[in-house]
Each structure stands twice: as C-alpha cells, then as structure tokens.
Design a protein around this ligand. Structure first.
Ligand code: F6R
Length: 619
C-alpha cells in the first residue's frame, strides 16, 4: 500500500516558517493516501538530527510532538500505512541508524530485509522496530564506517535492496542533502527557488512550485537547495556504474493549483470532487478533441482491444468496452488487471491493450501493460497523472483532465475516464465508418452537454440523496442490479457504498439476480437498479417485479421517460433522457452522492476509508 513521503531542502528562511511546520503541512496534503502513523526528521540549525514520530493522525501527533518547535533547512516526513509490524510509535518512520545521525523514510516493501537485517546484526547493529525499513539507515551507516561518503554510502545501500520502494534519507554528515531512490513506488521532485522538494505526490509541495520531475524506476539522487542530481545504475563491461541522468527535458509544469488540491470550503475532498465534475468533464472533453485522434486512427486497423483496470478504473474499462463495441463495432473486452494475465495469454501483435488507471501507478495494471507489451500488443495508458508509470511504459498515453483527486474514493476520475473513452469510441466509429454521421453528431452533442447535465444532476439530487442516506445508513446489505451499461454503473455504485459507508453491497447482472442472490431478499432489503437505455429498462422490469414481490426497498436511477419503471419502484431517481455515451457518466452521480451522504450520516470519514489507500503499488 502507499505511505506519503516528503523531503525538503531550503536555504536561508525561504519557507517563512519553521521547517517542522512545512513538513507537517506537506504531510497534511498527503493524508488522503491512507495512513496510521506520522513522523518527521530534520537536521536542526545546530546540525543535530531531530526525529519525532508517533502512531495516530497528523493533528493528534502534531499536538503531541510539536512540529512547530523544530527548525532547520533539511528534513523529511512520512505518513505510514503499516505493512511490516503493526502501527506503533516505534514502527513509525523515519528510522535511524545506531549513531542517530541518519534518518530514512520509506514507502513500499524491502523483500530481502530479513537477510540484510541478520547480516547487520552480525556486524553489531541494534534494531528497535519490526519494520523492513530500518535496515536502510543501518546499511548507510555500515558503508560510512567502511569509508564511503554519505551519498556514496546511500547508493551502496540502495544497490543491496530488493523490492518496491520510494526512499528519502538525511544524514548529519552531509546536512544540506536529501537523498532519494525510486523503484516502483511513486516519487516526484519539485524545483523551487532556493528550495527543492521530493515527495510521493506533487500535491505535497504545490504551494512552493509546480515544476515537477516524475522519477523513474531505478533512479537515485539527491537534492540540495541549489542542485538536483539524478543517477541510475548501469552495467558497463559487466560492472555496475552510476551514471548521471539528463532529466532536463522531463521537467514539466503541472497545471494543478493549490486551490485544486485543497478542500475549498467543502467538508470533504470527496464532496468537492463530486462538485468539480462539470469542470473536470469540460476540460477532458476539450482536450479529447486533440488527444484521441491518433489512437482512434489506430483502432480502425486493429483486431481486438483489451481494457485492463482495477476497482473503479475496471468499471470504466467495462463501460468503454461496451461503447467501443456499440459505436465502433470493435471486439473489446474489459479485464480486471490482477486477473489480466489469464486473458492476455493469447494477445499478440495487432491487438491493443489499454491500461486504465487514474493514478497511473497501480501495480496490477502496470503489470498487465508490461505483459501485453511483451506479447507484441500496442499498449495505451489512460491516466489522470502525467508521466506516471503506466503512461511512461505504454506506447501511447491519453489523459483525463480531472485535476488532482485526493478523496480515496474515485469520483471525477471515473466520469472523466468514461467520457474520454466514450469520445474515443465515437471517433473510432466515425473513422472506420461504423457510425453514421447523424448518430455521431447527436452523440458528440450529448457529450458537450454533459458538464451542464452533471451540474444540474448534482443540484437536483444532492438533498434527495442525503435524505435517502438516512434510510440506507442502518442497512447491512444492498444489491445493485443492472443490465448492459447499467451493470458497470451498478458495480461502481456498489463499490462506492461499500468502500466509504462500509455497507455490504454487491452488484449483479439484473438477470442473474434470480439465480441465487434473490435468496437473501426480504422485507426492506435495498435493491438499487441502474438503467441507462430503454432496452435495458424493458428487460429489467421483470427483475424489479421480482424484488418488489419480496418486499425489497427498490430504488432506480433511470431515464425519466421510462414510466413503467417510475411506477414500479419505491424510490425513483429520474434522470435526463440523454444518449447512452453521456448517460454512462451522468447516471453515476446519484450513486456517488448516496455513498457520500451515507458515509457522513454514519459518522465516518469518506475521504479516508479504513484499510484503503489512494494508490495501490503492491500486488
Ligand atoms: C475506488 C478506488 C479504487 C481504484 C483502484 C484503481 O473508489 O478508488 O478501486 O479505482 O485502486 O486505481 P487507479 O485508477 O489509480 O489505477
């Protein structure tokens, strides 16, 4: 899972506040990633290493340790999501060496830590935590003892590590540098004025700079206030040598603003992000016109398309596969990324595999893309984060323009994924002649209207969903049923309710419900139907009847002209009648609001659901 990492190095007092406070503020921005402990280390103005850390949430830990009491020019901070060793003060990061001069924070898993730890214990090192991370400061210390300078010792230590990691380290023997290393876990550099940054997500330092470099696997280096050094290990004549990386052309200005990454008056990021959907969709549609054409042309010549994604991104893949079939006549199949290897076994040159991932870092999806590439397929990333791992490793990348999504539950990234991929389906259908001009122009028009329709749906349904949430909040279970496009939307609705309101919610093809699931339905059991098209509505009527007959609390999200459905269900959520390509994004809005308000009414924090993290970089 992910933890949050920040490293700051500054000269003079450019931060305008004690370094401890800047570290705390950066960690607050990373809170969304999910964590159970917090800590920081800095080199104070007298050149001493100060480490403060504890189990708990940032504000509580700050009250206990007093971030504002500590100042200096070089520091690192960390939010930990426990993997090795339970959440505790001692297992919190940063970890230090025996001499208390080196501090390290780490995200990921060091697979060979046991053997390294045993070897270090034999050398006389003492360990106090149960973490894998603690081997790193001791390794650096060991290499320094052998005469290596701090940065060289850091690199020597990294050479010995196996696994997934993003690491930052500081060392009083070289007090202006923050060392870093990336392998699989995300890490980005920020280029400021008399200050440089390293973090697991650029949102941590957006109030200082928007000039960003996404590090690549295998890159190691350091920042000082004036200098950024990036190196990678290469093998020359069989010997490993560290060589400098010229990264100048990779430095990007990101257009995310501080405002976009803060709550802006909303109680939770999730609610803010639901409300941001009109802008996110408008930006995505505006950029789609330029970005998808090359890909649409390619799709006119391919045999098969596989779309891999995890969680919400899988649901977007499912919607997109149906749209690619319907509007472009393509053979398209959605697959869950962690299951992709069994579907990819027959993929070959001439096929296209899309890796859909808002973060661009989900390891299961990255693995699917790598596998597809190995088999000769053309790989396409669909992401919200420029230059993240999946776009970097794919042949082509297209981007949603949702802005930073901080709430753990995906909302605006889902609707923008569906819309971007819907747009791609239409363009492909136009180019390969599958779609008539009149149908295409009606469908594109519906996409252009989508931002306003979403705005209107939020205004219309927010209060209604908040009151429906009162009915939902004490129910232990719910079914989400749909057919066709209504099925992936049902899956997404169920996932939202499950992950933030902790209600056991299951999605089924409505037609399947009578083949087993209906056994659970009794008086008051909620069944929530999602119907996108009139065809789906026609077929689903009998399923609604079946549930009604058993006393189910029936709710339906459907086009308002389906009068039979309106008559049949207890709670009708009547949506605008709009082309399915736009409805696939629009009709999820009531589900997002229902999940959000149910979570809030249960007294939960929808931004930080238990056991979940925003970016999942472990298998
Ligand atoms: C659900 C959710 C997760 C993610 C999944 C994939 O609300 O956020 O299910 O959708 O972890 O993440 P990405 O899209 O970053 O690959």
């Amino acid at each position: 899972m992910v933890c949050g990492i920040i490293g700051i190095t500054s000269s003079e007092d450019v931060l305008d506040k004690p370094l401890g406070v800047s570290l705390k503020e950066a960690l607050k921005k990373l809170e969304y990633r999910g964590y159970d402990s917090v800590g920081f280390a800095l080199i104070d103005k007298a050149g001493r290493l100060v480490v403060r850390k504890s189990k708990g949430m940032i504000d509580a830990v700050a009250a206990k340790v007093g971030f504002e009491l500590f100042d200096g020019y070089t520091g690192i901070g960390h939010t930990r999501w426990a993997t090795h060793g339970p959440p505790s003060d001692v297992n919190s990061h940063p970890h230090t060496d025996c001499s208390g001069k080196i501090a390290v924070a780490h995200n990921g898993i060091i697979e060979n830590y046991m053997e390294l730890k045993e070897a270090l214990i034999d050398e006389g090192h003492t360990f106090i935590s149960e973490t894998d991370t603690e081997v790193i400061p001791h390794l650096i210390e060991e290499f320094e003892k052998k005469g290596f300078k701090p940065y060289e010792a850091f690199k020597k230590a990294v050479e010995l590590l196996r696994g997934a990691y993003a690491i930052v380290a500081i060392d009083v023997n070289d007090p202006r540098k923050v060392f870093f290393a990336r392998n699989t876990s995300p890490l980005v550099l920020g280029f400021g004025v008399k200050a440089n940054f390293v973090a697991s997500d650029a949102v941590a330092f957006l109030n200082f700079t928007r000039r960003v470099l996404a590090l690549r696997d295998g890159e190691v280096g350091y920042i000082t206030p004036e200098e950024v050094v990036v190196e990678r290990l290469e093998f020359r004549e069989g010997r490993p040598v560290w060589v400098a990386v010229d990264f100048t052309s990779r430095v990007k200005n990101i257009d995310w603003t501080v405002e976009m990454a803060s709550k802006g008056g909303f109680k939770h990021f999730m609610l803010k992000e639901i409300h941001e959907q009109p802008y996110a969709l408008a930006s995505t549609i505006a950029s789609a016109a330029e970005s998808v054409d090359k890909l649409a042309k390619i799709l006119t010549r391919v045999d098969r398309v596989l779309l891999a994604g995890a969680g919400t991104s899988y649901h977007a893949a499912y919607v997109a596969a149906l749209l690619l079939r319907k509007y472009a006549g393509l053979w398209a199949l959605p697959v869950v990324s962690s299951e992709a290897q069994w579907w990819l076994s027959t993929v070959k040159e001439g096929d296209v595999v899309l890796g859909i991932s808002q973060s661009g870092e989900t390891i299961d999806t990255l693995k699917a893309v790598r596998e597809a590439k190995k088999r000769g397929a053309l790989t396409v990333a669909v992401s919200n984060v420029i230059d993240s791992a999946i776009p970097r490793e794919s042949d082509i990348a297209i981007y949603t323009k949702a802005g930073p999504e901080i709430g753990v539950a995906a909302t605006k990234t889902f609707t923008t994924q569906v819309t971007l991929l819907g747009y791609l389906s239409l363009r492909t259908g136009v180019l390969n002649g599958f779609l008539s001009e009149s149908e295409a122009s009606e469908a594109f028009k519906s996409l252009r209207e989508l931002p306003n329709l979403v705005r209107h749906a939020i205004n219309t349904y927010e209060a209604k969903m908040a009151s429906l949430a009162v009915e939902m909040k004490d129910r232990p279970n719910a079914y989400f049923l749909g057919r066709g496009l209504g099925l992936p939307l049902s899956m997404e609705g169920a996932l939202k309710l499950k992950e933030i309101a902790y209600i056991h919610a299951e999605a089924y093809p409505a037609g399947e419900s009578k083949h087993g699931p209906i056994a659970l339905v009794e008086e008051g059991f909620p069944t929530i139907f999602t119907i996108v098209t009139a065809d789906e509505g026609e077929l689903i009527k009998s399923n609604v009847e079946e549930m009604r007959a058993r006393g189910s609390l029936t709710i339906a999200v459907f086009p308002k002209n389906l009068e039979d459905i309106a008559r049949l269900v207890k709670t009708p959520i009547k949506m605008p009648v709009v082309k399915d390509v736009a409805a696939s994004a629009l009709y999820i809005v009531p589900h997002q609001l229902l999940a959000y308000y149910t979570s809030v009414k249960k007294g939960l924090d929808p931004d930080k659901p238990r056991n979940l993290a925003k970016t999942v970089t472990v298998f």
